[in-house]
Design a protein around this ligand. Structure first.
Ligand code: 5AD
Ligand code: SF4
Length: 481
C-alpha cells in the first residue's frame, strides 16, 4: 500500500474510540494516535539500515509508517540531527554488532544535549536476549526496542512512547503471523524488493538467522502478485523477490505452490520487465526452477548461489546438505540451460576445522565456476549456533592468509568475466546520476554489474541499450546506442 492511500484511511479514524483488536487496523489506529501527538511539529526521522536486502525492505516499511505519522525522512547520513532515529540492525557477523554499539555510544552523547531526541532499535540483533540486556544496562537512553517479528507494531510502540514518556520494549520470540497492508516508501521509484517469505528452517551450523528470523513462513501467492501489480502501476520495472531460501517457497501454504510456479505468475504482471530473486539454497534448486528461468525472458540471467565452502567434508559440518560434486553438477545444468547466466556466490573462510586441503577445494570451485563476483566472509563465531561450540577454531593469521588468497582469485576470475562482455551492446536499467561525474548516469545490466555512460536524469528508471566500451574490473564505461 502506498503512503497516500493509508493517509486517507487514517484521516477518518476516531482516536477517542478504543483500539481495534485486529491487525492491521489496530496499527492504522495507532498511526492516527501518534499523528495527533506530534501535531504540526513536523519532526524529522532517520532510519539507519545494516545488513541484507530483507532489512532494507523492512526499512522501507518503517519509512512508510513514519511518513504516515507525519515525520519528514532524512537521508541516512543525517542521523545525528534527526528527532527520531531508528537503527535496523544485523547480527549475521559479529563486526556488524560492534559497529552498532560504537554508533549507539556516540548517539548517547548527542542525546545528552538534545534530550527530546528519540532512539529506537530493531532488527536481528534485538532477537538476541543478551543484546537487549546489554542495551538496557549500558545504553539506557534507548527509547524503543522491537524485533524482527513485530516491525508492523511500530505505530503502537511509538504512540505508547509519545504518550507515556517511558521506554517501550516489545520483542517476540517467534510468530506464524504475516501482517499485510502496511504502507511502505520505496528507496527507488523503479525497482523494489518484495518479500515472498520470512524466516529460515535450514540451520546451517554457523548461522544465527534461523534463531533471529524464526521459522519459514511463505506469503500467499495472491498477496504477492497483488503487491507486484500495484508496484507496476506505480512505475516499478524491476522486482527482487526476497527470502532466506526462496527455492523452498510455498511449502507451508494451504495450497502449496512452488517457487517456479510463483515466478511464472510474477512474469505475467504487465509493466514488470525484470525479475530477480535472492537467496537460493543449492540443496533446493530444482530442475523446474532452472526450466522456468530459461523460459521466462523477464527473469534476469543471474543467480546468486551461495557455495559457503568447496569441501564436501566442511559442507557436511556446515549442515548444507550438498556436496562439492552436487554443486558443480548444478552449475553445469544452469550453464547448459542458460548459457549466458551470471553466477555470484557467498563463501566463508575459516569455518572451524577447515584444513588447507578443505580450503584448496574451495579455491578449486572458484577456479572452475568462474563467478562473476563473490562475497567472501571471514567466519564469525555466533553464540548459540552449533559451530560456536566446535573445537578447532582456526587461528586468525591462518584465516587472514586464506582470505587474501581467495579474494585475489575471486577478483582475477571476475575481471576475466567482466572483460568478456566488452564491446557487447546490452540493456541497462538506469538508476541514478553518477555521484562522481554528473555528466554520466549509472545503471545495471541483467547480471547486476554497474555501467556508467553519458546521459541525464530523464533516463532514470528506463531500460536503454548501451554499448559496453570498456570493462573496468567490476564495472563498465559505455555509450548509449
Ligand atoms: N560467519 C561468517 N559469515 C556468515 N554468513 C552467515 N553466517 C556467517 C558467520 N557466522 C554469511 C554466509 C551467508 C551470508 C549472508 O553471510 O555466507 O550466505
Ligand atoms: Fe543462514 Fe543457512 Fe538459513 Fe542462509 S540458509 S539464512 S546461511 S541458516
Amino acid at each position: 500500500m502506498v503512503v497516500s492511500e493509508l493517509e486517507r484511511i487514517v484521516s477518518k479514524i476516531d482516536i477517542e474510540n478504543d483500539p481495534p483488536a485486529d491487525e492491521p487496523e489496530r496499527q492504522y489506529y495507532f498511526i492516527a494516535r501518534a499523528k495527533a501527538m506530534i501535531g504540526d511539529s513536523k519532526p524529522t526521522a532517520c532510519i539507519k539500515t545494516f545488513g541484507c536486502q530483507m532489512n532494507a525492505r523492512d526499512s522501507e516499511k518503517l519509512t512508510g509508517i513514519l511518513k504516515c505519522v507525519g515525520y519528514e525522512i532524512l537521508p541516512e547520513e543525517d542521523e545525528e540531527t534527526a528527532d527520531f532515529i531508528i537503527y535496523n540492525t544485523c547480527t549475521v557477523r559479529e563486526n556488524a554488532n560492534l559497529k552498532v554499539y560504537g554508533r549507539l555510544g556516540k548517539l548517547g552523547h548527542i542525546k545528552k544535549s538534545r534530550p527530546q531526541m528519540m532512539i529506537a532499535m530493531c532488527g536481528c540483533m534485538m532477537q538476541e536476549p543478551e543484546v537487549v540486556d546489554k542495551i538496557r544496562k549500558s545504553y539506557g537512553f534507548v527509547d524503543i526496542i522491537f524485533g524482527t517479528h513485530n516491525i508492523f507494531e511500530l505505530p503502537e510502540l511509538l504512540a505508547k512512547r509519545l504518550e507515556e514518556k517511558a521506554c517501550v520494549y516489545d520483542i517476540w520470540e517467534g510468530t506464524d503471523k504475516i501482517v499485510e497492508e502496511l504502507p511502505s516508501e520505496r528507496k527507488f521509484s523503479f525497482k523494489s524488493g518484495v518479500n515472498i517469505m520470512f524466516g529460515c528452517n535450514n540451520f546451517c551450523s554457523y548461522c544465527i538467522v534461523p534463531y533471529v528470523r524464526g521459522r519459514e513462513r511463505s506469503r500467499k501467492p495472491e498477496d504477492i502478485i497483488e503487491e507486484i501489480r500495484n508496484l507496476a502501476d506505480d512505475g516499478v520495472k524491476e522486482v527482487m523477490l526476497l527470502g532466506q531460501n526462496v527455492n523452498s517457497y510455498g511449502k507451508g501454504l494451504d495450497e502449496p505452490v512452488s517457487f517456479a510456479e510463483l515466478l511464472r505468475k510474477v512474469a505475467e504482471v504487465d509493466g514488470i520487465e525484470r525479475i530477480r530473486f535472492m537467496t537460493s539454497h543449492p540443496k533446493d534448486l530444482s530442475d523446474e526452477l532452472i526450466k522456468a528461468m530459461a523460459e521466462l525472458p523477464k527473469v534476469c540471467d543471474h543467480l546468486h548461489l551461495p557455495l559457503q565452502s568447496g569441501s564436501s567434508r566442511v559442507l557436511k559440518e556446515m549442515n548444507r546438505h550438498y556436496t562439492k560434486e552436487g554443486y558443480m553438477e548444478l552449475v553445469d545444468k544452469l550453464r547448459t540451460a542458460i548459457p549466458e547466466i551470471a553466477l555470484t556466490t557467498d563463501i566463508i573462510v575459516g569455518f572451524p576445522g577447515e584444513t588447507e586441503e578443505d580450503f584448496l577445494e574451495t579455491m578449486d570451485v572458484v577456479n572452475r565456476v568462474e563467478y562473476d563476483s563473490a562475497f567472501t566472509f571471514i567466519y564469525s563465531k555466533r553464540t548459540g549456533t552449533p559451530a560456536a561450540k566446535m573445537e578447532d577454531q582456526i587461528p586468525e593469521d591462518v584465516i587472514k592468509d586464506r582470505f587474501d588468497r581467495l579474494l585475489a582469485l575471486v577478483q582475477e576470475k571476475a575481471t576475466v568475466k567482466n572483460k568478456a562482455l566488452e564491446g557487447r551492446t546490452l540493456p541497462v536499467l538506469v538508476e541514478s546520476i553518477n555521484p562522481q561525474d554528473p555528466g554520466l548516469v549509472s545503471g545495471r545490466l541483467e547480471n547486476n554489474s554497474m555501467v556508467h555512460f553519458p546521459g541525464d536524469a530523464t533516463l532514470i528508471g528506463s531500460i536503454v541499450e548501451v554499448k559496453l566500451s570498456e570493462a573496468k574490473g567490476f564495472y563498465y564505461i559505455g555509450d548509449r546506442v
